[in-house]
Design a protein around this ligand. Structure first.
Ligand code: HEM
Ligand SMILES: *[C@@H]1O[C@H](CO)[C@@H](O)[C@H](O)[C@H]1NC(C)=O
Ligand SMILES: *[C@@H]1O[C@H](CO)[C@@H](O)[C@H](O)[C@H]1NC(C)=O
Ligand SMILES: *[C@@H]1O[C@H](CO)[C@@H](O)[C@H](O)[C@H]1NC(C)=O
Ligand SMILES: *[C@@H]1O[C@H](CO)[C@@H](O)[C@H](O)[C@H]1NC(C)=O
Length: 600
């Protein structure tokens, strides 16, 4: 009401060329002021009336209309804080220094620092979701939503990403075709192999289970973290079907004397298979989609064997325990082993750090760390690591095309676990960052991710850069060192501030000799470490031997390795690692002493 009166007054004054009103006309009376994404440094934009906003700068360390003016101590901290690229450079160079640090208490001190600095970037308890761009009880309480770190771009803005950029965004198919689809396979310079790639997919799909039938931004994985739901199912009903109900074990079948997941005929749970695959041939696994890829079936089999192996060990220790207690305790051991392997081997490999990472929950006991986790939509978007996938699969002298590999239920049992582990450990995975490295077969998944992010109104890449304490890029040329990519993006988006989140992560210039660029690390690591250490088993009341069935179980957790997961559950011990064998890494090490000066 009032504003329309004001509007008319302005219209009148405008005729008289009153400058004060002209400025207002454009910015306020028509456009939602929060579309300007005005609030900096984690400030919260709140709309008042229809043309006014306020930034809530409480506890941001900044003040002023847009939370841009630093308080004194913020200024000091900002001055002292090293840039992420400097920290990364130190962590990935100076082997002699780390050789010393690895053996001193400094290792623990630095590990604690890594964990706290990273997880402080993740709000806990969680905040927004796809329905609520403001805090609400529903958003906190309803676990069916993924959370999100930044609220959606308001939906009444002049352009898709607020006020900047063109009226329309580039066609997602065109984006993927020009910039993301692979021309020739580019191996990961860090040496990642398919054992790593399938681990990534297997591990993350226990908590990334987008539930599009319920609506956009929903998840089926209500535990929001490492619950081993991919082994035990995401509901009690499913779990009960998968259990043997004897000695805590899971159902299984023997093929050529080796243990595999049971058939769906024996454990009647819904699995996603193409039509026509009979239940006797379908394998029953916690995660319903894991029948589709032999790499996922391989890990499912390894964890199944590990679960039943641990049950046997605990049963010897506790002959009086019933099936239920053996099952439940073994599940906690499996979760513990998973986190141990993820931090000390998977993240260690991915980071390229020479600091030897340590899974030790006691590091956080005297900090303000909050136990708990909520999976974020941005984390799910960010983890679309399809460039890892090769062009074909080399197993035991055979080359399998995608058509022969995907949905093929016989690959797993035809070769057996040893041969698959060996093959996947020797075959290089693709570099994730740098663009043009997604095999055509999975390129449409990237199209889907981009479409999803638009429907969910994800904020621009540069806003996420700022949210994770990184400087926003000022040009496409600064963002990418690939002439063709920078040029195409310039043409497609026009403004670096409207570059989208997922294309930003995949197309950013990679760090020297690294699997991806700065943003993937600086945004991915906080989600990852918060999720791993926020697990209840890491909290003071859980993290003790009795939780895991006593010293024996606790020792299993604390000494878990990828190699043991494989070799304690197979007859022969194949080559097993997250990177291709050293002699195959001809490119590695060469770039080690190169520095990109603009990085520092
Ligand atoms: C040949 C191998 C693969 C195929 C055929 C494949 C296929 C797919 C498909 C069809 C989707 C669903 C897309 C949609 O609903 O829009 C998807 C989602 C996804 N994929 Fe893959 N993928 C493969 C490998 C990988 C790998 C190695 C990773 C590494 C982490 C990965 C990470 C993801 C993630 C995070 C999602 C989103 C899941 C969710 O939110 O529910 N994928 N993939
Ligand atoms: C705050 O942001 C708005 C919108 O971007 C801008 O017009 C205004 O000048 C900014 N105010 C200050 C004090 O920087
Ligand atoms: C320190 O840890 C890193 C990472 O695991 C490793 O590369 C390096 O060889 C270690 N140094 C020593 C002396 O353990
Ligand atoms: C969560 O929200 C969805 C969508 O509004 C609703 O269908 C569902 O019942 C809610 N779940 C709970 C537990 O309230
Ligand atoms: C499935 O895999 C087996 C074993 O590797 C192979 O012989 C067969 O050709 C594959 N089936 C299809 C339909 O490609």
């Amino acid at each position: 009401m009032r504003s329309s009166v004001l509007g008319s007054v302005c219209a009148l004054l405008l005729l008289l060329r009153e400058p004060a009103c002209r400025g207002d006309e454009v910015t306020s009376s028509t456009v939602n002021p929060c579309c300007y994404l005005p609030c900096q440094h984690w400030g919260v934009c709140v709309r008042y009336g229809d043309d006014r906003y306020e930034c809530d700068c409480t506890r941001t360390g900044y003040y002023g209309q847009n939370c841009t003016v630093p308080e004194f101590w913020t200024r000091v901290r900002e001055f002292l804080r090293p840039s992420p690229n400097v920290v990364h450079y130190i962590l990935t160079h100076f082997r002699w220094l780390w050789d010393i640090i690895n053996h001193t208490l400094l290792r623990e001190v630095l590990m604690r620092l890594v964990l706290t600095v990273r997880s402080n970037l993740i709000p806990s308890p969680p905040t927004y979701n796809s329905r609520y761009g403001y805090l609400s009880w529903e958003s906190y309480y309803n676990l069916s939503y993924y959370t999100r770190i930044l609220p959606p771009v308001p939906n009444d803005c002049p352009t898709p990403l607020g006020v900047k950029g063109k009226a329309g965004l580039p066609d997602p198919e065109l984006l993927v075709e020009r910039l993301l689809r692979r021309r020739t396979f580019r191996p990961d310079p860090q040496g990642s192999n398919l054992m790593f790639a399938f681990f990534a997919q297997h591990f993350t799909h226990q908590f990334f289970k987008t539930y599009n039938r319920m609506g956009l931004g929903y998840t089926k994985a209500l535990a929001h973290g490492v619950d081993a739901g991919h082994i035990y199912g995401d509901s009690l009903e499913r779990q009960l079907h998968l259990r043997l109900h004897r000695d805590g074990k899971l159902k299984y079948q023997l093929i050529d004397g080796e243990m595999y997941p049971p058939s769906v005929a024996d454990a009647p749970v819904k699995m996603s298979y193409p039509p026509g695959v009979p239940p006797e041939v379908q394998m029953a696994i916690g995660q319903e989609v894991y029948g589709l890829l032999p790499g996922l079936g391989m890990y499912a089999t390894l964890w199944l064997r590990e679960h039943n192996r641990v049950c046997d060990i605990l049963k010897v220790e506790h002959p009086t325990w019933d099936d239920e207690q053996l099952f439940q305790t073994t599940r906690l051991v499996i979760i513990g082993e998973t986190i141990k392997i993820v931090i000390e081997e998977y993240v260690q490999h991915l980071s390229g750090y020479m600091l030897q990472l340590k899974f030790d929950p006691t590091l956080l006991f005297n900090t303000h760390f909050q136990y708990g986790n909520r999976i974020a939509l941005e984390f799910s978007q960010l983890y679309h690591w399809h460039p890892l996938m090769p062009d074909s699969f080399f197993i035991n002298g055979d080359e399998l095309s995608y058509t022969q590999f995907l949905f093929n239920t016989s690959v797993l049992t035809h070769y057996g676990i040893e041969k698959l582990v060996d093959a996947f450990s020797r075959q290089a995975a693709g570099q994730i960052g740098g663009g043009q490295n997604i095999n055509s077969v999975v390129a449409k998944v990237a199209v889907g991710a981009i479409k999803e992010s638009r429907e969910l109104r994800l904020q621009p890449f540069n806003e996420y850069r700022k949210r994770f304490n990184l400087k926003p890029y000022t040009s496409f040329r600064q963002f990418s060192d690939n002439e063709e990519i920078a040029h195409a993006l310039e043409e497609l988006y026009g403004d670096i501030d409207t570059l989208e989140f997922y294309p930003g992560l995949l197309l950013e210039k990679t760090r020297v000799g690294a699997i991806f660029g700065e943003s993937m690390v600086e945004m991915g690591a906080p989600f990852s470490l918060k999720g791993l250490m926020g697990n209840p088993i890491c909290s003071p009341d859980y993290w003790k031997p009795s939780t895991f069935g006593g010293k024996v179980g606790f020792d299993i957790v604390n000494s878990a390795t990828l190699k043991k997961l494989v070799c304690l559950n197979t007859r022969t011990c194949p080559y097993v690692a997250f990177s291709v064998p050293k002699e195959d890494q001809s490119q590695r090490g060469k770039d080690d002493n190169e520095v990109r000066t603009d990085e520092l």
